[in-house]
Design a binder for this molecule. Structure first.
Ligand code: AMP
Ligand code: MG
Length: 404
């Protein structure tokens, strides 16, 4: 049986062909850039006003203050954003100008409207301006031929904004994998159905869908599959023909109706490992099929989610080309004793509190792998290492942060 580290290394050590895709920029959020983004323009395209006010010559209003306002003649042209000026500013003159409007010739400052008083054909200026004040210069944000975004970075909302400002409507990204979800189990019910004796609503496919959605991964839900080899085989084959990664939940343990592993091997998938020395999620199975990856996730709702966090998510992050494969983690101290069996890694669901710049964690309560509310309450997963045994109050361990 593999340790957690060995299992993670096996998964992340698989050879991966990163594929690229040309997508509309709005679809690229959270993906990794597969090209350098270089500007073909100066942004802004010309010197323009940063304020609503008056375009002036700074020399004309030198020394202006409340007691000694300077009067300037107002030219009969005003400049809303987008209009190109036709007049230039001669000494003693000014022009009304709005934020974003191009700066007229011979003007070297914009005085804010708030520092002026307008009469019919002239204005009084109550404050002097430095040369260049309230002017945004051509190319001051981005210069033509600047590399604005570098290949390999993750795309955030501002990056999409900047690509839009550069006139780039599509962008080359590392193509995220398409993931298929197959919940298995004779006892499973569609979530709309009333519970009956012995039945369980299929929550796993929903938790997994949401975990994928959280990292912007598209997926196909294949619906509940009974514990029947033939049906399983058909559905898995179909999913493998459509997806890059397959997440099967349930049916990977040693029960009489656990057929997932052998069905996958029958189809021709290659077993990388089965069972990991961990709690929850011990029966986890991982296989490859051509260039595809298959996780057989233990059906217990907490196991599914924890295995996703510890194994599936990092692989997806790697395929997407991310550098950070795991959730952010902190070192935190136990707020109380935790009973813990030595000899296997435990993933405890915990609540994290920060006190005097130190992190502390408390159990969410019952830690059974069927207690899905332990995940609901958790804002972190604390990792108790294989050799730890009982965790004493004050002991420090690594805690992965699930929520911002
Ligand atoms: P298995 O791994 O198939 O032995 O299932 C382990 C436990 O997880 C059983 O109690 C199942 O009823 C439960 N389980 C399996 N699949 C799901 C699912 N999709 N949603 C919720 N619980 C499930
Ligand atoms: Mg089952």
């Amino acid at each position: 049986m593999f340790s957690v580290k060995e299992a993670q290394n096996k998964i992340l050590g698989c050879s991966i062909k990163i594929k690229t895709a040309d997508v509309p920029i709005l679809d690229s959020l959270g993906m990794v850039l597969a090209e350098d983004v270089i500007s073909k323009d100066n942004i802004p395209v010309c010197d323009n006003s940063a304020m609503d006010g008056y375009a002036v010559r700074a020399d004309d209003i030198k020394g202006a203050d409340i007691e000694h306002p300077v009067s300037l003649i107002l030219l009969d042209e005003d400049l809303p954003a987008g209009r190109v000026p036709s007049l230039k500013i001669n000494p003693g003159y000014c022009m009304s100008i709005m934020t974003g409007a191009p700066i007229p010739d011979s003007c070297d400052a914009v005085v804010m409207k708030e520092d002026t008083k307008k009469n019919v054909s002239d204005i009084l200026v109550f404050k002097e301006c430095l040369k260049g004040e309230n002017i945004r210069y051509r190319g001051e944000d981005i210069k033509k031929k600047d590399m604005v975004l570098k290949k390999g970075v993750r795309i955030f909302p501002a990056d999409i904004g900047v690509m839009a400002s550069l006139g780039k409507s599509r962008v080359l990204v590392n193509r995220p994998p398409l993931v298929g979800i197959i919940p298995t189990g004779d006892e499973l019910l569609e979530i709309e159905k009333d519970l009956e004796m012995g039945r369980v609503r299929d929550s796993n496919s929903y938790s997994l869908s949401a975990q994928l959605a959280e990292i912007g991964i598209k997926h196909i839900r294949y619906g509940i599959i009974k514990d029947k080899k033939k049906i399983l085989r058909k559905k898995i084959s179909k999913a493998l023909s459509e997806c890059d990664i397959l997440l099967v939940s349930g049916g990977v343990s040693v029960g009489d109706y656990d057929f997932v592993k052998e069905t996958l091997i029958d189809i021709g998938a290659e077993l990388v490992f089965w069972r990991v020395n961990q709690k929850p999620g011990k029966p986890l199975v991982f296989l490859t099929y051509r260039d595809k990856f298959i996780f057989g996730l233990p059906g217990n709702p907490v196991s599914v989610m924890v295995c996703f966090e510890m194994y599936v998510r990092p692989l997806i992050m790697r395929i997407m080309g991310n550098k950070d494969l795991f959730r952010p983690a902190v070192h935190a101290r136990a707020s109380h004793d935790f009973k813990n069996r030595k000899g296997r890694t435990s993933f405890a669901r915990v609540v994290i509190k920060k006190k005097d710049s130190k992190y502390f964690f408390t159990s969410t309560g019952m830690q059974g792998s069927g207690i899905l509310t332990s995940m609901v309450k958790a804002d972190g997963i604390a990792v108790f290492p294989e050799d730890a045994g009982n965790i004493r109050k004050g002991s420090e361990v690594e805690v992965f942060l699930l929520k911002e």
